[in-house]
Structure formats: C-alpha cells, structure tokens
Design a protein around this ligand. Sequence first.
Ligand SMILES: Nc1nc2c(c(=O)[nH]1)N[C@H]1C(S)=C(S)[C@@H](COP(=O)(O)OP(=O)(O)OC[C@H]3O[C@@H](n4cnc5c(=O)[nH]c(N)nc54)[C@H](O)[C@@H]3O)O[C@H]1N2
Ligand SMILES: Nc1nc2c(c(=O)[nH]1)N[C@H]1C(S)=C(S)[C@@H](COP(=O)(O)OP(=O)(O)OC[C@H]3O[C@@H](n4cnc5c(=O)[nH]c(N)nc54)[C@H](O)[C@@H]3O)O[C@H]1N2
Ligand code: SF4
Ligand SMILES: [Mo]
Length: 671
Amino acid sequence: MIRHSVCALDCPDTCALLIDVDQEGGGSRLRGDPDHPVTRGFLCGKVARYLEREYSPERLLHPLKRAGAKGEGRFERISWDEALDTIAERLQDISDAYGSESILPYSYAGTMGLLQGSGMDRRFFHRLGASRLDRTICSAAGLAGLNATLGNRYGTEPEQFRHSRLIVAWGANIHGTNVHLWPFIVEARRNGAKLYVIDPVTTRTARLADKHFTIYPGSDLALALGLMHVIIGEGLQDAGFVEQHTSGFEALREKVAGYTPERVAGLTGIAAEDIVSLAREYATIRPAVIRLNYGIQRSERGGAATSAIAALPALTGSWKHVGGGLQLSLSQAFHFNRAGLEMPGRPTRTVNMTELGKALTEFDSPPVKALVVYNSNPAAIAPNQNLVLRGLRREDLFTVSLEQFQTDTADYADIVLPATTFLEHTDVYLAYGHYYLQLARPALPAPGECRSNVDVFRALAKRMGFNDACFDDSEDDMIRTLLDSGHPFLAGITLERLERERSVRLNIGDPFLPFAEGGFGTSSGKCELRADLWDYTPPVESRLGDAGLRARFPLELVSSKNDDSMNSTFGYRGATDAQTSRLVVHPADAQARAISTGDRVRAHNDRGSVVYTAEVSPDVREGVARAPSVRWNKMSPGRNNANALTSDRLTDMGGGPVFYSCLVQIEKCGD
Ligand SMILES: Nc1nc2c(c(=O)[nH]1)N[C@H]1C(S)=C(S)[C@@H](COP(=O)(O)OP(=O)(O)OC[C@H]3O[C@@H](n4cnc5c(=O)[nH]c(N)nc54)[C@H](O)[C@@H]3O)O[C@H]1N2
Ligand SMILES: Nc1nc2c(c(=O)[nH]1)N[C@H]1C(S)=C(S)[C@@H](COP(=O)(O)OP(=O)(O)OC[C@H]3O[C@@H](n4cnc5c(=O)[nH]c(N)nc54)[C@H](O)[C@@H]3O)O[C@H]1N2
Ligand code: SF4
Ligand SMILES: [Mo]
C-alpha cells in the first residue's frame, strides 16, 4: 500500500512524500510524490534515508527521568503517568513560588507542522501564563528587512524560475538547502539563462554557477548599495515603476552616490568592474530574479542588507515579469487564523530565543525556573553555547525535553518524553519555498510509547486542571479553526478538500505576480526605498570590523548549513558527524599556520574553543573558515560545536542571531 505524507523538516521545499507500507504497517520505501509540482518525484539525500531514522535503534521509545548529573546522559525509564504527574506538579509549584513567567517554552522548527509546532503547545503555555518565546533563531532579521521594504513577504513562485533569464543566488546555497528549486533553474539555463552566485564560500551551487562573486561575509548591504549606485547612475532603473510604486527615490539617489564601485570593492572584496557588470546585467536582462536566502541575514547588518536587496526588483521593475522579482520566504501568503489556533490570551514577558544563555543565567524578576523544550535542540543550535550550557546545568532549573532522539539538550533534562515523527502524526504544512498547503495523516504507527506534541500538551493541560474547551479539540478541530480566517487566499480550502487533494495551491491567481502593479503591504502601499536604514558599516566581528579583535582573531568563521543534514537533527549519524567535524581553511591561511588536511585544529575566541579536523581548500575565501553545521556536541572531543564560538549579539533588525559574524583564531593542536 502506498500512503502519502509531507516532509516536516525546516526546509523551503516542504516535499510531498509517498511511502510504501506493508501489511504489518512497516514502511519500506520513501520517495518524492511525482504529482507534486515542486517535489516532482525526488527527495534530497537526507530524507530519502529517513526510514533509517524512523526505525533507528537510537529512537527514544519511553519516558525517562534523569538518574545522573545534568548533561551526563544517565536516565531511567518511567511511566507516562509518572512523567506527566511530575511535570504538572513541578510546573505548578514553580508557578506558585515564582510566578508563571518563570516557565519558558523553547521550540523551533524540528517539525514545521502547524499543529505540532504552534498548536496545542501554544494554547497550553498561553493558558499557563508562561513567558513568550520570540522565535528569532533563523529568520528574524531577514523578515524584518523584507517587511521594512515590501510590507508583506510574498515573492516569486518557484515554478516561475524556469522563465528567468538571470538568476542571482544571493546567500543561497540552492543545491544544498533548497534542492527542489534546482530543476527549474536547470530548465531556465537550458533556455539560455545564467546563474550567478554571491557567497563567500564555493558551495555546490557556486561550483555550478556561471559566475561566482566571493563576497566578504556580512558586506551584502554595501554590495546592494553599490549596485544601486551603478543602476541609478547609468539611468537603468525602471522610471515608470519607480515613480508609481516606490517612495524615497530621491533620498536613495543621494545615499548611493557615495557607494562607488571602487569604494564598494574595498568593502566587499568584489572587483569594481564585476560590480558594474553585475549591476548592468541585473538591470537589463529580463526577467531577472533574485533567490535570496537566509545566509546573508545571519550577520550583524543582516536586516538592513535584506531590506536593501529587496528593493532591487522595484528599482528595475522586475516584479512586472513572470520569472522576475525576488524570493526569500513565501510563508506569509498562508493567511491562517493563527489566533484561533494559538489562543494568545493575556500578554506576558517575551524572551528572545537567541539569548537563551542570558535568559538562563542572568534573568531575574522572575528568573527562568522551568524550561520545556520541544522541536529544538538548544544545547547545540543556540549561540554562545558555553553560557547556554552553564544555564542548562543549573541545579534549580527544571528542564523537560520532548524528543525523538537523546540530543544534548535531552541530556540536560530532568524528564525526557518520547516524541512521534511526522510519519506518525496528523499535521498541516505551509511552506516557505512554495505556495502549496498540505495535509498529512499518520502513515506509520508510533513505536513504543511515543506520543505527539499535541497529545502531550493536551494531557498536561488536563493534569493542570485547565478545563477550557480548546483542550478538548481534536487535530481536525484545530485544522478547521486554522483554515477559518476569511482570507481570500484560503477561500474554498477546507479540511475535506485537503483530505481529497492533500496538496492545494493557495488562491493567488496564476501567474502570481504579487507586486506587478505595486500593491505593496507597506502603509503607503509602495515599495519603501529605506535610505534611512542603509548606511554600511562593517560588522564588529569581520575583517574590516574591530581592529583590536581582528588582531587576535583574524579569521571569519561561517558555520553555514551542511549539505547533507538538517541543522542538528541528524547529528547522531556517523556520516553527518564526519561532515560536521570539518573546518575548511583556505590554503594561504593553512600554510601560515602549518596546517594540512586531516590535522586536528583548534578554533577559538574569547567565548570558547572547538576542535575540528582541518580540510585545506580554496572553497573558502582567504580569511574565511567554514564549519558545516550543526554538529551534535557530544560527538565531538570537546563536547561542543561552532556555537561555542558564535556570539549572542543581535542583528541590526529583528533581534536575530549573528551566527556568521564570528571572528576566530585557528591553530594546529599538539598531538
Ligand atoms: N541540507 C540542508 N538543508 C537545509 C538546512 C540544513 O541544515 N541542511 N537547514 C534549513 C534551514 S533551518 C534554513 S534556515 C535554510 C537556510 O538555507 P540557506 O540560507 O541557503 O543556508 P545557509 O547555509 O545559512 O546560507 C546560505 C549561504 O549563505 C552564505 N553566506 C554566509 N554568510 C554570507 C554573507 O555574509 N553574504 C552572502 N552573500 N552569503 C553568505 C553561506 O556560505 C551559504 O552558502 O536551509 C534549510 N535547508
Ligand atoms: N552555528 C550555527 N547555528 C545554527 C545554524 C547555523 O547555520 N549555524 N542555523 C540556525 C537555524 S537557521 C535554525 S532554524 C536553528 C535550528 O535549530 P532547531 O530548530 O533546534 O533544529 P534542529 O537542530 O534540527 O533540532 C530539531 C529537533 O526537533 C526534534 N523534532 C523533530 N520533530 C519533532 C516533533 O514532532 N516533536 C518533537 N518533540 N521533537 C521533534 C528533532 O529530533 C531535533 O532534535 O539552528 C540555528 N543554529
Ligand atoms: S528536507 Fe527539504 S528537500 Fe529534503 S525531503 Fe524534506 S522538504 Fe524535501
Ligand atoms: Mo533555519
């Protein structure tokens, strides 16, 4: 029998899956649905092997309570009743003693499912009056940047990329992290399109590109202003579109006058003549599309950089063309009834998830006394890891982890609850890289005593005496509520229709040209050219940043995504561990330190020190080191990873993390 499912991983592609299931309910083969217009019958390598995870002997199957020291990883099995009673009692006691805001939920996108990730859990914590979590860890700076310029975060549909003549992958490793866009690019190139990549690293995508601009990390704002300098200076803007649909052009003209190609070359490391030719080609080749991804906004100037890049298609009028425009995240087009799903209740303190270390070690009035983690592995993925781990070690902190695997975070938990995978529970999925809404029903039985997040938070609500009707809602009730927003993009999309069709394109018209006739989501309805936000100063932690820091820590560490894993989700796999234990160093930087491929090296700064295996390669720009991420701490010699080096400084906009603005020194380890 073939069953349908949807990949729940935090990936723009949100693939439709087919799974072969035998008489006994065992899954034997997973593949991409050939009928889905974006999945097109194939999966990425990591999920093609997902059944290995599903049936891994390392899956957590029973509730556990801690039997050793925090972090040690010794646990004993307990019953669900004991686990839920303990959690309910402890949360109640903590709430009575310190106030409900001393309880902090911590979750991100381990699953992108709406019910399991922002459904019953939110209802529970809102009813409890717990602190709110500001979920900034991935995209906050970029989304704030897009909002400032476009007002709403719509973008070019992936299927339209086949019509583009110039595709600019800007901080976007398409082939590695968004592989279902790739076939559309192949099709475009067959018709003569060019692919340009702007990335400090020679990624798979860059290797396959027509041109690769190896920009200095964190300098994208300067490049965007340099391109505008050339476009406006040479009169290549679309005067009609600018006149009708943008505001702030005159101030922008003045602002970019100072960003000459020569000056921008010094700031970005891209030759002046390349800046000029890129600007000319971008402004004159039609249609031209920018695939912007989150790589550029994990740096100190990431918000402003995104905001400036997002203005380029309005300057050139590229929003008018099928196959033009820009894509970052498309998720805002899914106009759900979020309030109905999440039941926000009264406002409480908000804690920025990027600052977890500070929250656990510095906050008082009230201090964080209980931490409930699900869909996330903060011990591995949050910046300033030493501070995070110090917080997680606190004896007076009560920690719960809902997990599929015994992660580093689970090692610090007092109670661990075994969670279902997306193949085992019901959920609905938006996407951030396409416009299809999807439903998945359980395709496989849950092993052992695994329970879904919805189930667990429903049970906890009962134990804490919350009698509100919302805690009796079934998954289907929640889906109906979610779809009931009255927004035209969701008109006619019901649970019954999702049940029948499984994947339904939003009612956005075809072709969807969100801003062809203006209609931006800003208060003016225009694309805001925000010259006021766009002054480039190099990140403090960068080659042109703080000279004192740079003298001690001369290399820029980019701990970007590993091609063949998903954040820390597959960290237990040997092959993933081998990939994420590497530090890629440029030959010149390696030579200066007598480092060869295979050497054990130590990367360090004032925040921490991490041991890697060196790979000497020109795939990084001189002065840049790359640590494919995110490794499971406990697999490494120092029981840590790149986030022991990254800082918890926040981005210029949105309060996001600055993972890729990180200065380090590297040396060979003694034997
Ligand atoms: N294989 C795989 N796929 C994934 C993930 C994964 O871990 N592995 N993670 C998923 C998640 S959570 C997300 S958010 C998306 C993210 O997807 P992407 O945004 O594509 O991923 P990143 O690796 O963060 O960044 C993309 C590229 O930006 C480059 N970059 C770094 N700093 C700069 C800079 O300052 N300027 C420019 N121009 N480029 C820079 C990096 O070298 C990298 O190649 O991918 C998702 N898909
Ligand atoms: N240095 C560095 N740090 C980074 C990044 C980077 O590129 N470099 N990327 C950042 C980005 S973009 C992101 S999005 C974050 C990602 O950080 P996280 O969202 O924490 O992602 P993962 O590390 O993949 O951990 C997700 C966990 O959720 C669990 N899980 C999956 N499905 C379910 C479920 O249904 N129920 C429960 N209870 N658990 C489930 C998985 O087993 C997994 O352990 O990391 C950030 N950290
Ligand atoms: S991780 Fe992305 S590309 Fe891979 S199967 Fe899931 S949605 Fe598709
Ligand atoms: Mo992310």
